[in-house]
Design a protein around this ligand. Structure first.
Ligand SMILES: *Cc1c(COP(=O)(O)O)cnc(C)c1O
Length: 406
């Protein structure tokens, strides 16, 4: 077996993307014991750092070990009891994922759907809430499958009025688009590291409101082998997953330090570094950077006579969908970009499969050099494939944005 030497790819798809170098270094830091005071200190630091990332005062802010969907599963399986009603507005692939996870948790799931490339008006969501009367609303913020960003700022107030638990998956959007947990009155949020936070996949930061925590504490059932006399069983039904049992995970991250899983130390190092990196730059400055490079990429795409996908008013800053032009083999272009130029861009799913590429500008790769290299390379391949364009216009259009004239 050869030594591990992956090619030096530039990952310009919808995630994962190249890690910040400091995050990679954090991952190769030596392990310490699970209850070493230094380790529990790091856990407390992570909680505090992610409160600033999520813009919240929620005490219950911590990591679920696993990729982003581990965070989704933990939030949903811990609060859904069989036959509970859950409303999922679907505007892309990840809405379908929330639906499926809620169904597997035993929920009675109701959906409304938007055409891919569009988002929901708050009134549409409120109408559905009135009709369905769900216990939980599960809504994606940024869905990379369509590149759309669902506005959330008015949804929390609607949920409070109708006594609905409001959960959002902000995996793809956090750090690159505005997100305000407390101001927008969210009860639960889950994310991952591999999009705008610029880390590897494998850790899912979550934050939970007091209202959510109170709800799931009612279902507390501690494992027999670690249960002590002062632990009272909850009255609700037992949470159907041990690994994703949030009350038990809270007791592990909380003062009691009651043993649950063995924390994934290397991933905790990464998650900690991702948050420090974001907060040193400043959340607002990071969002502005994603907006700038996203706009430059969009201008460059339009400059090479390509059409962007979806309602641009609601496009996420960090990813753009691009119609594959007529007469061009989309998969062949992607393969040439990868093998000849070492640049990866994304394909697409479901109704968009074979119709659009998805190009990301996120985290460490939201930079001018990566945008220009990607545009120049794609333009070259499209020109050689016979697509009509004006050579040089893509880069000129991107520079117009960088020179503040976009
Ligand atoms: C990319 C993405 C995920 C990724 O989930 P993983 O389990 O980390 O693969 C989840 N949700 C959304 C909205 C995403 O865009």
């Amino acid at each position: 077996m050869k030594h591990l030497t992956p090619p030096p790819r530039l990952l310009m798809g919808p995630g994962p993307i190249n890690c910040y170098p400091r995050v990679l270094s954090a991952m190769s830091t030596q392990l310490i014991g699970q209850y070493d005071p230094v380790m529990t200190g790091y856990m407390n630091e992570v909680m505090s750092l992610y409160r600033d990332v999520f813009v919240t005062k929620n005490q219950a802010t911590l990591l679920i070990d696993g990729t982003s969907r581990a965070g989704i599963e933990a939030v949903l399986v811990s609060c859904i009891e069989p036959a509970d009603k859950v409303l999922v507005p679907i505007f892309g692939r990840f809405g379908h994922l929330l639906k499926e996870i809620a169904e597997r948790a035993g929920a009675d799931v109701h959906c409304i759907e938007a055409t891919w490339g569009e988002v929901f008006e708050p009134e549409q969501i409120e109408d559905a809430i009135k009709r369905v009367q769900p216990k939980v609303l599960a809504l994606v913020q940024g869905d990379t499958s369509t590149t759309m960003l669902q506005p959330l700022e008015h949804i929390g107030e609607i949920c409070r009025r109708h006594d609905v638990i409001f959960y959002s998956d902000a995996t793809a959007s956090i750090g690159g688009n505005p997100f305000e947990t407390d101001k927008w009155q969210l009860d639960a949020v889950s994310v991952g590291l591999q999009k705008c936070l610029g880390g590897p996949s494998g850790s899912a930061p979550i934050t939970l409101s007091e209202r959510y925590v109170e709800l799931v504490r009612g279902r507390q059932h501690i494992e027999a082998g670690i249960k002590a006399e002062h632990h009272n069983p909850g009255s609700g039904s037992r949470i159907r997953s041990n690994y994703f049992d949030i009350p038990m995970i809270l007791d592990y991250w909380g003062e009691e330090r009651l043993n649950h899983h063995t924390e994934a130390t290397s991933m905790l190092y990464c998650a900690r570094e991702c948050a420090i990196n974001l907060l040193e730059e400043g959340v607002d400055d990071s969002i502005a950077r994603h907006e700038l490079h996203g706009n430059a990429m969009l201008a460059g795409i339009q400059g090479m006579n390509l059409k962007p996908f979806g309602d641009l008013k609601h496009k996420m800053n960090n990813v753009v969908g691009v119609y594959i032009p007529d007469g061009v083999d989309g998969e062949q272009i992607r393969q040439q970009l990868l093998l000849d130029f070492n640049i990866e861009i994304g394909t697409s799913f479901g109704p968009l499969h074979g119709k659009i590429w998805r190009i990301g500008t996120m985290g460490y790769n939201a930079r001018q050099d990566t945008v220009l290299h990607t545009l120049q390379s794609l333009e070259t391949l499209l020109r050689r494939a016979g697509h009509t364009l004006q050579p040089g216009q893509a880069i000129d259009s991107a520079f117009t944005v960088y020179n503040g004239k976009g």
